[in-house]
Design a protein around this ligand. Structure first.
Ligand code: ASP
Ligand code: MG
Length: 254
């Protein structure tokens, strides 16, 4: 039985129909005999909308309150996804960054993860249920909510996968993997079927902005395999593995 962390970005959970689609995908992955922990981003443009609202009140809002506000976006998507999984006939439990044991430093808006102690997530998985974790957030030593910086849910997903000892961290987006250029803009862009961390880091810095650089570095540090793929198709995406690992050995690739 494989343990899979699936991360769904804002475009994959943009509205309630999308959330239902994601719920079906999670349940399907479980039915194939895997344990599944999920990390979600905020729905669509929610985070940008929250920032706009804050700026319309104060162009220099207190950082602590800003992070408190920003963590709200992921709480919406995680609880709606848990409900959608229940509606599919399975059991799911959502957790904030704090509840999931994400401890960070004190840098509001750009916090770094110091430790992940996902005891409650582990308990849920041991019961055969789905655990859903709010991406992009944690808690500092004072007990206040912190956020990891824009796009930080990818890093949350990899950090959770490492802490759980998962077999793979799947990053779901709206394109079929990592391309040589942005496929939404350059029609001749080629999908990269698989690669090592260094190769992908080079691509990512060349503008193929499918996933956050920091998450690839984190994955490399702990040899966590990544599978970047689309939540809109079942095609195999881009497999990123440590040297010497056969990408075809990863679970849930077909
Ligand atoms: N919702 C946050 C953002 O838009 C985090 C993420 O999507 O990864 O930056
Ligand atoms: Mg987002």
């Amino acid at each position: 039985m494989a343990l899979i962390v699936q991360k769904f970005g804002g475009s994959s959970v943009a509205d309630t129909d999308s959330i239902k689609r994601v719920a079906r995908r999670v349940v399907e992955t479980k039915k194939r005999g895997n344990k599944v922990a999920v990390v979600v981003s905020a729905m669509g443009d929610t985070t940008d909308d929250l920032i706009d609202q804050a700026m319309s009140i104060d162009s220099n809002p207190p950082e602590r309150e800003m992070d408190m506000l920003m963590t709200a976006g992921e709480r919406i998507s995680m609880s709606l996804l848990a409900m959608a999984i229940h509606a599919e006939g399975d059991r799911a439990h959502s957790f904030t960054g704090q509840q999931a044991g994400f401890f960070t430093d004190a840098r509001y808006g750009a916090a770094h993860i110091k430790a992940v102690k996902p005891d409650r997530v582990k308990a849920v998985l041991a019961d055969g249920d789905v655990a859903i974790v709010a991406g992009f957030q944690g808690i500092n030593a004072k007990g206040d909510a912190t956020t990891l910086g824009r796009g930080g849910s990818d890093t949350s997903a990899v950090a959770l996968a490492v802490a759980l000892g998962a077999d793979v961290c799947e990053i779901y987006t709206d394109v079929d993997g990592i391309f040589t250029a942005d496929p939404r803009i350059v029609p001749t862009a080629r999908r990269i079927p698989c690669g090592g961390y260094d190769e992908i880091l080079e691509m990512a810095s060349c503008g193929s902005k499918v996933l956050a650089l920091r998450c690839v570095e984190y994955a490399q540090r702990f040899n966590m395999p990544l599978h970047v793929r689309s939540s809109f198709s079942h095609r195999r995406g881009t497999l990123i593995v440590p040297d010497g690992v056969d990408p075809r050995s990863l679970p849930n690739i077909d």
